[in-house]
Design a protein. Structure first.
Length: 189
């Protein structure tokens, strides 16, 4: 590896870290995907001012590192392939998801118990929950929107100098799942 291509680690909110060679075009592509949701190499080339071949190569490299994946599209048409960020881990050890949820729940209970001792600017609780009537596609859209909001803070994990002076670790927990059919929701009798 050359001196100008140092390894960096990309953080994934729901999965393991994956090594990614530091490269300005790849970083620009990740930023573009976070902003746009999906892009083809042709669209990326137009936005970033590079050739579609170069963008295609770097998109495939990002996919090889597990950071992006092909977005659903009409197969067999031979058209451009859209890409999107990949946030789900490739493999999750048995019990890891349940353990993670238990730790999240325990940390939140502790937070509530110690809320009165927190600095004044951190005494508010930004937690919320909602029941929404969504289709599978809308559920995926909501999840993608949350991920897009968070991706701009991703580099702060690996680069503490990029954090504002008053930044602290904040748990962001989003669970989107269909409720059992017999669960009453808003607007039901």
């Amino acid at each position: 590896m050359s001196d100008d291509r140092q390894d960096r680690t990309a953080a994934h909110p729901t999965g393991p870290r994956r090594d990614l060679p530091d490269h300005p075009i790849r970083i620009a592509l990740l930023d573009l995907l976070a902003e746009a949701g999906t892009v083809t190499s042709t669209q990326a080339a137009a936005r970033l001012g590079h050739s579609s071949g170069l963008c295609s190569f770097h998109l495939r490299q990002l996919a090889r590192h597990g950071l992006i994946e092909e977005a659903p599209h009409s197969p067999g048409r031979g058209g451009p392939r859209p890409w999107r960020l990949r946030w789900e881990p490739a493999t999750v050890p048995d019990g890891f998801t349940a353990l993670t949820r238990d730790l999240e729940d325990a940390a939140y209970r502790r937070r509530l118990a110690e809320l009165h001792q927190a600095p004044p600017q951190w005494r508010h609780d930004e937690s919320f929950s909602a029941v929404a009537h969504l289709t599978p596609a809308e559920t995926a859209e909501v999840a993608a929107g949350v991920r897009r909001l968070l991706v701009r803070f991703r580099d702060r994990d690996d680069h503490p100098a990029a954090r504002p002076a008053d930044a602290v670790p904040v748990a962001v927990v989003a669970r989107l799942f269909p409720l059992p059919p017999d669960t009453p929701g808003p607007g039901t009798a």
